[in-house]
Design a protein around this ligand. Sequence first.
Ligand code: AMP
Length: 460
Amino acid sequence: MSHSFAGLGLSAELTRAVSEQGYAHPTPVQAQAIPVILSGRDVLAGAQTGTGKTAGFALPLLQRLAAHGSASASPARHPVRALILTPTRELAAQVGESVRTYGRYLPLRSAVIYGGVNINPQVQALQRGVDVLVATPGRLLDHVQQKSVHLGQVQILVLDEADRMLDMGFIRDIRRILALLPAKRQNLLFSATFSEDIRKLADSVLHDPVHVEVARRNADSELVTQRVHPVDQARKRELLAHLVAAGNWQQVLVFCRTKHGANRLAQQLSREGLEADAIHGNRSQPQRVRALKGFKEGLVRVLVATDVASRGLDIEELPHVVNFDLPHVPEDYVHRIGRTGRAGISGEAISLVSTEDQPLLASIEKLLGRRLERHSVPGFEPGKALPASPAAARARSAGERKGAAQRTRDRRTSTAQDRTGRRSQSAKRQDHRQPAPRNHRRGNRKQVAALLGSSTRPTQ
Ligand code: AMP
């Protein structure tokens, strides 16, 4: 296996762009996938965010398109020849950015289209001609419907994070899109997990695929410490604020189950003086971009997210992940904690678990095949809320009244925003999609190992 990008058969334009990114060597998924994709074969790859999978498909895809690219400015000479489908807007934006970066020395045009933003600039970009199109399925079908995109010349199809696209209920949209593509094309399917549904999709889309399977990047050196803090539901926020302050955490990603819960928690933490923001499907795209940018730049200390919104986010060296709510789907726990412990820097994944959460914790432990260590934080033991003094109780109830008034104001504002906000059909469709419950009756160590590599460990 080659230890250089040039050795994998990539052109000077691409190796130059890659070395400008500071990539010294190909990652395992890149070393395996790039030569196979360059040879024109279909690929079925088991790899998640963090493995370098995007460059793994984007680099050879760009090279293949460049071989028959056109320097002409005419839109007719730039039909969509590669289509990359992703489940979320954030992932689409990230993939689009990578395509632009890696393809900067090639005469290829790319565009990213997703819901939740004005469709007109996307229509204009498509009219100018696009060789590589990165899209979420719902908005792509909106464009198909209004005839702003034609897919009859697609030579390469990428289904990125295919498992998540199925979880989010995109299978029918995907089938509709597949029906619009030429039968003869190269297909690349990337997925972190392989359920029966993914295998069925792979069987129907891929022709004699080469299988590429890799552990997570830095799997050998990664360290994720997992810990459970038992706590009363009503005191979770207080405990979170305590942990952030006591540990002097500067960057923590907190998971909530619902958009409303994420919003409320971020607002409450902000009111208490912690720089917090939320990222979920009900926020506008500019709000989501701003929240993520602030978090990456260290302006936002606590980013509260839902599972769907966080999927595919690549945040370098994230030290702390907190499960404020446990996920309903145990596999999501594994995805969540996989956000930390990257790049060889140890990370910590903490779950705040109330009595109501016990059944969810049990299914997670079943999936992991082991019990997670419980550790009560002194002063936050379940059922041990400190009896409040009459003065403190009075202050608290005044605070709660103020909080309730604020919540009513927030609700009014957001309802007013909803009334005035013009949102596309696909944005609405995407926002309402929640991961379908999966069958997770049996513990599946193999699947977890594939998701995380073998080095995650509970605390001693
Ligand atoms: P991905 O799995 O595609 O989301 O990529 C994860 C991260 O790895 C991104 O921040 C990439 O910029 C980075 N990356 C991709 N390939 C390499 C490489 N060969 N060496 C170092 N970093 C890389």
